[in-house]
Design a protein around this ligand. Structure first.
Ligand code: HEM
Length: 453
């Protein structure tokens, strides 16, 4: 008997050559949502000659990320990141990745995270101290720039065990240059090789070299023992492969430091920025949040021990990441042909999982567009599919920094709420930029008032 024909998933009609690239490129999250609404939980489309599928049903997500994860590598787009990140936890595959993850995991152990709570709170308090002139003048403040700076400062201190001070501002200026160029190349139909001496390539190389130098110097200082050996990088430096006894080279350490800085700050910054944006539009939730923080802390600084009493704060952050997931899509490439929910998925094609769509699936999330932090209470979470909420992905390649960033975001929201009130500047239109992460296109301007105002 001949084999049964492979069932192709339905999808939008495309243009010759371009396929659906134009509609997708104009606003990827909107395109994915519209196609899912029109065609169902597995949608086939084309980006130029490449076959792609977006899989949004929880069972399909479970299949790709968990049940059949070994058939999937990261999407080839990730290779563009390796040029400046190097081969790291984010970009390695198979055994190389497994060994690295095993080395790195202990640095993110709960006990280690608790040690980070104090610097997180200290950074938050210093940030609010710096708002005094803004509070006095009533001038608007770009809250997303503030969140970017604090999350970079926090991750830098988590990595190296010291406040990176002035270097934070330098890295903050360099990273967007490198990222923008990487993204432009990812989105270009025929990316120019990095070796071409174009002005853009030259600027990229200069920024990348400086970043590598700064991070390399931090690692050299750590090796020389000039700093107290605290933090994730010190642990990674001491870690040894169980089988071979080998440690990481300086270049491998630099790749991990670059990766953790990159993966660990813009994502958390966006989670926080959207949290403030949503709270400003939901005064009842903001009032409940203030009440919880007041009851749990009064005016004293929070510690990790206070986290259980800040459950509503954490639910607010989770709900913000449901509606505005910083990692709006997770890309994969099947190594062999696969079948998902009955549909054929060819080897070497592109598979997208889309937290931005799955997080608003009405079968999992009643009234999905409503901001409702109580969805995350234990009582209301009973029976929800584990893949309905995947801001940090799932399965073996789940985000290593998930607990770190939840703790960080919860503590920062608590400290800011204790000391300030944030209102949206009504003169602005906030718009979304689905870049590598889902971020506000031109920042979010907010008026800051003292807590008691
Ligand atoms: C709200 C904050 C964050 C979000 C939404 C987020 C999201 C994600 C997602 C979706 C992935 C999976 C990517 C994929 O498989 O293609 C991931 C992986 C990763 N994240 Fe995060 N992340 C956050 C914070 C952090 C922090 C704070 C760190 C480190 C300090 C971090 C480090 C990493 C690393 C190293 C990986 C790769 C893990 C592996 O493949 O073994 N992330 N993150």
């Amino acid at each position: 008997m001949p084999p049964a024909p492979k069932l192709l998933a339905p999808g939008p009609r495309g243009l010759p050559l371009l396929g659906n690239a134009r509609v997708f490129g104009a606003n990827p999250p909107a395109a994915l949502a519209a196609w899912t609404a029109a065609h169902g939980p597995v949608v086939r489309f084309h980006i130029g000659p490449m076959v792609a599928h977006v899989i949004t049903h929880v069972e399909g997500v479970q299949h790709v990320l968990v049940d059949n994860y070994s058939n999937y590598h990261k999407a080839p787009r990730m290779n563009f990141l390796s040029d400046f990140l190097g081969m790291s936890l984010l970009t390695l595959e198979d055994d190389g990745w497994k060994r690295r993850r095993k080395l790195a995991q202990p640095a993110f152990h709960k006990k280690r995270l608790v040690e980070m709570s104090e610097p997180m709170v200290a950074h938050a308090n210093r940030m609010v101290d710096g708002w005094a002139p803004t509070i006095a003048s009533g001038a608007p403040l770009d809250i997303s720039a503030q969140m970017t700076r604090i999350t970079l400062g926090v991750v830098g201190e988590a990595l190296f065990g010291v406040d990176m001070g002035e270097l934070t501002a330098e890295i903050e200026a360099l990273l967007p240059l490198v990222l923008k160029h990487t993204l432009d190349r990812m989105n270009s139909v025929v990316p120019l090789p990095l070796s071409f001496p174009t002005p853009a390539n030259r600027r990229y190389h200069a920024a990348r070299t400086r970043l590598h130098t700064v991070v390399g110097e931090m690692i050299a200082r750590l090796r020389a023992g000039r700093h107290q050996a605290r933090g994730v990088m010190a642990m990674l430096m001491d870690a040894r492969d169980e089988e071979t006894g080998a440690g990481l080279t300086d270049e491998e350490l630099r790749s991990e430091a670059m990766t953790l800085m990159f993966a660990g700050h813009e994502t958390t910054a966006n989670a926080l920025s959207w949290t403030w944006w949503l709270l400003a539009q939901n005064p009842e939730a903001a009032a409940r949040l203030r009440e919880e923080v007041r009851a749990a802390l009064g005016t004293r600084a929070p510690t990790a021990d206070d986290l259980p009493a800040l459950a509503y704060v954490a639910n607010v952050v989770q709900e913000a990441m449901r509606l505005m997931p910083p990692s709006w899509a997770i890309g994969r490439m099947p190594l062999e042909d696969d079948e998902v929910l009955g549909f054929h998925i060819p080897a070497k094609s592109m598979v997208l999982l889309a937290p931005c769509v799955t997080h608003r699936d009405p079968t999992q999330w009643p009234d999905p567009d409503r901001f409702d932090p109580d969805r995350f209470t234990p009582a209301r979470s009973v029976g929800r599919h584990r893949m309905a909420y995947i801001p940090f992905s799932a399965g073996p390649r789940v985000c290593i920094g998930a607990s770190f960033s939840m703790m960080e975001a919860t503590l920062i929201v608590a400290v800011v709420t204790q000391r300030a009130q944030l209102e949206l500047d009504p003169t602005q239109e906030v718009s979304v930029e689905p870049s590598l992460t889902l971020r506000p296109r031109d920042g979010i301007r907010m008026i800051v008032r003292g807590a008691e105002a």
